[in-house]
Design a protein around this ligand. Structure first.
Ligand code: NDP
Length: 334
């Protein structure tokens, strides 16, 4: 009976992702329901309340999240605020006794990621990172192809994700709120994919950065390319940019063939092909519903999440090594 209970999720930060993806996805979950709102914008609260019927008693501001401790309707807080506010909001939720699912990147420094992990552990609550691609059947199929050595051991991986970031007046271009630019925001998908495909941690990274618009990208990285070596011998070369809606691929060249996804990181429509002519194409699923249902099941069944806080921290550590390499012009051991 426990396992069939729906867990109440409070959305913390009612911006674009919450409105267009997560709130609609919550309606499709089997183990969750939208039960609370945390926001600094009354108009957004009113819009969400009108659409989803969240009661006034389950609406909070960022500064009074501790009041959630008395609200049994809320089990999980989903943190969907700018990157550099994730620790503050996660720690407040954990102190109120809630499990926390936090959007990627987990935070902007290893220390802050660790403080989030510590706060959740101290509260006896689970921390998850919003790595939706690890629920995409196309990515799961690529993981299977590597694990089962269908084409032999991976030799070269290529992964890249670039978006045109758009308007100059947004938090994504402010270092204090974003912690970094394209690499932190979308390059992280390429990095993460190389880690879950190989099942290994990279040991050394070498990176280059370029800026064609130093005014717009005064505070954060615009375009980066980096190469990593994995202990099993594979090499990955990855790239990211905020300048173009361009690369969005994932490719593995292995001993006896290759496979690739292109596009690889979209909400839907991802697909790919293999060197033996077989297509990699699965029916679309809602990735946000899938990640939330899995997180809820981890809580209900008291098992660890594959997208744990520790996983989020590992990527942030590597992101920092990539930045260090670009800054110093040297390869950095991780
Ligand atoms: P938005 O700017 O659209 O929304 C962020 C929200 O955070 C705001 O609407 C606001 O909500 C709240 N907020 C609190 N303090 C601030 C502040 N000082 N400045 C700006 N906003 C603030 O961003 P997104 O929804 O696109 O991104 C949010 C998070 O989700 C990021 O960490 C991002 O990396 C991640 N993301 C993940 C994606 C995925 O596919 N997994 C895709 C897109 C984003 P309110 O007005 O309610 O207070």
């Amino acid at each position: 009976a426990q396992a069939s209970r729906r867990l109440g999720v409070a959305l913390c930060g009612l911006g674009s992702l919450s409105e267009h993806q997560i709130a609609p996805a919550l309606q499709k979950t089997r183990h969750c329901r939208l039960a609370g709102l945390v926001s600094g914008t009354p108009a957004s609260v009113a819009k969400f309340q009108a659409k989803y019927g969240v009661p006034d008693r389950s609406v909070y501001g960022y500064d009074d999240m501790q009041r959630m401790a008395d609200n049994p309707d809320i089990d999980i807080v989903y943190v969907v605020t700018p990157n550099a506010l994730h620790a503050e909001h996660t720690i407040r939720a954990a102190r109120a006794g809630k499990h926390v699912f936090c959007e990627k990147p987990l935070e902007i420094s290893v220390e802050r990621c660790q403080s989030m992990i510590d706060a959740c552990r101290y509260a006896g609550r689970l921390l998850g990172t919003g790595y939706r691609c690890q629920y995409d059947p196309h990515h799961l199929e690529c993981i299977r192809l590597v694990r089962e050595r269908v084409f032999g051991a991976p030799v070269i991986l290529q992964a890249g994700f670039a978006i045109d970031v758009g308007r100059p007046d947004q938090w994504r271009l402010q270092h204090a709120l974003a912690g970094g630019g394209a690499l932190m925001d979308v390059g992280i998908y390429a990095l993460k994919a190389t880690r879950y495909l190989t099942g290994e941690e990279p040991v050394v990274v070498s990176a280059l950065e370029t800026k064609t618009d130093p005014v717009k990208f005064a505070e954060v990285d615009e375009s980066m390319a980096w190469t990593m070596r994995f202990p099993g011998g594979a090499i990955a070369h990855c790239s990211t940019s905020y300048r173009i809606d361009g690369i969005r691929n994932l490719r593995v060249d292995a001993e006896r063939g290759w496979f690739e996804l292109d596009p690889a990181y979209f909400y839907d429509g991802n697909h790919g092909r293999r060197s033996d002519g077989i297509e990699i194409r699965h029916p679309a699923i809602d990735l946000f519903a899938a990640e939330l249902d899995d997180f809820a099941q981890c809580i209900l069944e008291q098992r660890p999440s594959k997208v744990s806080g520790e996983e989020g921290l590992r990527d942030v550590r590597i992101l920092q090594a990539i930045y260090e390499s670009a800054r110093t012009g040297r390869a950095v051991e991780i």
